[in-house]
Design a protein around this ligand. Structure first.
Ligand code: COA
Length: 168
């Protein structure tokens, strides 16, 4: 992407638990990079979930998807309100992926609450590639835990990390 001199860099925050990052997430990030100059992957610390991977592990797994020298993708963690984090990062948008209609209700609520909290930050929904419509971090973890073949649903280094966690 060409950054036009004098034009402000467009930054989007992509928040989530990323426990772990999947090919579906990577797909959304690649799509977001076509629209924004920079994408900040914001890994939530105080998610309502009980993550398998520590925050440091989730950060490393996400970083390794894009290479440490990639200046257009930043990986960070956050524990507060996502809109506050987006303002701090000078982001104009929060990116969320939609896989199916079932995602819509929750995402709609989240986007409207975020808009109520901070009107300067827009939520942008991107459609997940068709290949990734059925996957989620939980379903992949469940398959991995029982020794199932999860090849192709997560990057190779994530597959190896899951294997190590479940020791199979
Ligand atoms: N490919 C694969 N999986 C995808 C996906 C895609 N493109 N898009 C979503 N998912 C899956 C995730 O893997 C995850 O699966 P899991 O439930 O099995 O772990 C699920 O969809 C949704 O998770 P995620 O996108 O990580 O969202 P979340 O609900 O875990 O996290 C936060 C939501 C962290 C973004 C939200 O709670 C938040 O913003 N918290 C900060 C506090 C705040 O500001 N709250 C809002 C105002 S009150």
């Amino acid at each position: 992407m060409h950054v036009i001199p004098g034009k402000e860099e467009t930054i989007a925050v992509y928040p989530g638990t990323f426990d772990p990052i999947t090919n579906g997430h990577v797909d959304i990030i690649k799509r977001a990079l076509r629209l924004f100059d920079k994408v900040v992957i914001a890994i939530a610390i105080n998610s309502r979930k009980n993550p398998l991977f520590t925050i440091e592990e989730r950060i490393d797994l996400a970083r390794n998807c894009f290479g440490t020298n990639n200046t257009r993708v930043e990986v960070d963690s956050t524990s507060g309100l996502i809109v506050d984090y987006a303002m701090e990062k000078k982001a104009c948008a929060i990116v969320r992926g939609l896989r199916a209609v079932s995602d819509f209700d929750y995402e709609f609520q989240l986007a409207l609450m975020n808009r109520k909290l901070e009107r300067k930050v827009e939520t942008v929904f991107l459609m997940t590639g068709f290949r990734w419509i059925y996957i989620s971090s939980s379903i992949i973890k469940d398959a991995a835990k029982h020794g199932g073949d999860i090849g192709g649903t997560v990057p190779a280094h994530v597959q190896a990390a899951l294997k190590e966690k479940y020791n199979n």
